[in-house]
Design a binder for this molecule. Structure first.
Ligand code: NAP
Length: 340
């Protein structure tokens, strides 16, 4: 049987994943499933939820078996064998059910065919992939951002935050303010994503700077980091502000499960509408999002930045950087060249 390389956990973990927790092994290449496709993995997306999943802390999903199951991950790849009416050999697909492996077997219904021409292929790992869909869902479907809104987004240099702020602008927001860690990330948010202001929360005096950046307050906040940060946002809110709770990345690796306390009095006083976001609810609308957003990429209205590494062997180190919040843009591993 043909062999392939994949990355697995050395043993079960209950700490923030480190590069040393992973190892590269050889395994049998999967066979094409009945009514499915066999795919050559080209781009692999690294995402924060995988860090929680490896510890059995994500949406009830089981962690991979140490030394056996590939680390789960979203992939962009090319079909090399098809027994599915949904895609033919040579077609390009995106799937949330790939992994850190060279080949993936995907049943029909577990992948989407993508257009390799409308946007760069790697964009389907980030800005047109799950992070972009998350941003679109929060900004357009939950917060319903429109003309005149002032929007605050944290983790603003990342694929969810950066895309959320840009889509808010495209949808008519009057002012878009980001929060990010460090000068380099803030420069990316301002100069590439085109936010009006970006506050570096690692700098002394950032709370005053945030106040100054929101002279009229905010009408929408998009929370990626913590309940504390959401309450900071709410303290700058106008009445009837809409808040999207998308992620709590600051707590993903805490030993004890945090209570994520929200200030109920502040929520009432501001008459705030707070929505929890789970992107799974919007998977059925993925093609609609891609059709809307691809022209924004072509026209330059929607920019994306990748923190790219080459080869499966580089996945653990890039993942450690992501877990530490050191990534600058979307973490993507190119597993094999686009041209076959
Ligand atoms: P990302 O921005 O590339 O990475 C996370 C960022 O969070 C880091 O770069 C870092 O940016 C910030 N951060 C703050 N405290 C951190 C900490 N203690 N450890 C690590 N990072 C920390 O990630 P992303 O893929 O765009 O995702 C952003 C958020 O959306 C995450 O919370 C993710 O879980 C969430 N999400 C939710 C859904 C959903 O369905 N609800 C779907 C996708 C993603 P700074 O240096 O700027 O602080």
């Amino acid at each position: 049987m043909t062999r392939m390389q994949c990355v697995v956990l050395k043993e079960a973990i209950d700490h923030k994943p480190r590069a040393s927790d992973f190892t590269l092994v050889e395994a049998d290449r999967p066979v094409c499933p009945d009514a499915g496709v066999l795919v050559r993995v080209v781009h692999l997306s690294l995402d924060p939820y995988v860090g929680s999943r490896l510890r059995g802390r994500h949406m009830g999903e089981v962690p991979p078996e140490p030394m056996k199951g590939p680390i789960p991950g979203a992939v962009v790849g090319q079909v090399i064998e098809s027994r599915s009416a949904m895609a033919a050999e040579g077609d390009w697909i995106q799937s949330m059910e790939g992994g850190w492996q060279e080949y993936a077997a995907l049943p029909s219904g577990h992948f989407r065919k993508i257009d390799p021409v409308a946007a760069p292929l790697s964009a389907h790992a980030g800005v047109l992939g799950m992070p972009g869909l998350t941003a679109w869902a929060g900004i357009t479907q939950l917060a319903r951002v429109g003309k005149g809104d002032t929007v605050l987004v944290d983790a603003a240099a990342g694929p969810v935050g950066g895309t959320a702020g840009q889509i808010a602008r495209i949808k008519g927001a009057e002012r878009v303010v980001g929060i990010a860690g460090g000068e380099e990330k803030c420069a990316l948010v301002l100069d590439t994503y085109g936010f009006d202001a970006c506050i570096d929360y690692k700098k002394d005096g950032w709370r005053e700077a945030l106040k100054e950046a929101l002279p009229e307050g905010l009408s929408v906040f998009f929370e990626n980091v913590s309940a504390d940060m959401a309450m900071t946002a709410l303290s700058h809110a106008r009445p009837y502000t809409r808040g999207v709770l998308c992620g709590l990345v600051d707590a993903y690796h805490a030993q004890a499960q945090s209570q994520h306390a929200l200030n109920a009095g502040l929520i009432i006083g501001k008459r705030a509408q707070i929505s929890g976001l789970v992107v799974y609810d919007f998977y059925a609308r993925w093609d609609e999002y891609v059709a809307e957003a691809s022209p924004w990429i072509t026209s330059g209205q929607l920019k994306f930045v990748e923190d790219r590494a080459e080869g499966l062997t580089s996945a653990p180190a890039l993942f450690e950087r992501l877990m530490d919040g050191q990534n600058k843009g979307k973490a993507v591993v190119t597993v094999s060249p686009e041209a076959s």
